[in-house]
Design a protein around this ligand. Sequence first.
Ligand code: SF4
Ligand code: SF4
Length: 345
Amino acid sequence: MKNLKDDLINMALAMGAIRAGVADLAALQGPPSADPAYLLPGARSVVAFALPLGRDWIPDYFSKKTRRVFADVMYDTYQSIGAIGGRLKDMLESAGFPAAAPQPNGVYRREASKPGGFMVPDFSLRYAALASGVGTLGWSGNVMVEGHWSAVFLGAVLTEADLPPDAPLESNLCDGCRICSRVCPLGFVQAKASDSVTLGGREYVCNAKGNHMRCGLVCAGLVGLSRDRAWSTWATLRYRVGEDDRALGLAFNRALSDPASEYIRGHIFSDNLRHGVLARGREETQPTCCNCALVCSGPREHRQALMERLHASGIVVRREDGTELAVRPEHLDPLITFDTENEGG
Ligand code: SF4
Ligand code: SF4
């Protein structure tokens, strides 16, 4: 098994992973999405790995110069994760061990996910990365990998092989700057309230997180206006979303029927999206945020500079011809097109 494990790890590294490790079932004892048996009933261990997103392009993405640069990085990285997963799965099956490679993003358990609320993945790549020593948990809730902070995407392969496990990391790569909470437009990543998760008998602490649809509204490409109404993500609806779940529900329902979101609705509900990110074409890859992970891509002064760039970047509007433009908030009339505070219900 040691030789097989070494071959798998070396293959992942040769195909572009920056770090790879193995978790056994004991290290994955925890929340339901840490259980590999959901996807592979006889699973005995998990090979987890991380790929770098790079960071030279992030200033252009944050300053609203272009979002295409991140779309290409996102598409290429997901496809690389799919290729590594497929290769490791083949190696395990050739050695006689059933294996499964989960989608790197975009697939959720229907029976466990609540409409408009918490979305549970088939298998949590974050928990796999923590349990296998690939990375540590940042305050943002993203996994951080040494030398790359949280500018990484994760992958994994589940197998019935009893591979020798690696130990979770003892170090803490997060310095607690809380900059991740200051680039999250609707306040999903919180600055003060904390929460914890126990995995393999270890407690991991991160921010308490708001209702998951607070991130979903943004990452679906709908609402992008920050709570101080000074900047936006690449999502173009300019809503003021109140603090409670009622306001969130109002905003979500309104966003899905707003004529201004028509261009993105076909994208949100396309069949390819339901089948996960590996089924998406390059042109269907349309990131609007990921700010919490991307801002954490270097030392504190780097994060601070990225945050300031984002906060000065303006608010994205979409012209009739489909092109996007960042505009100063004082030049937008009306600045807010829907305010949950002014709605009954
Ligand atoms: S931005 Fe700061 S607080 Fe947030 S995860 Fe990174 S290091 Fe931790
Ligand atoms: S992806 Fe954007 S909206 Fe979602 S948690 Fe991160 S910063 Fe917040």
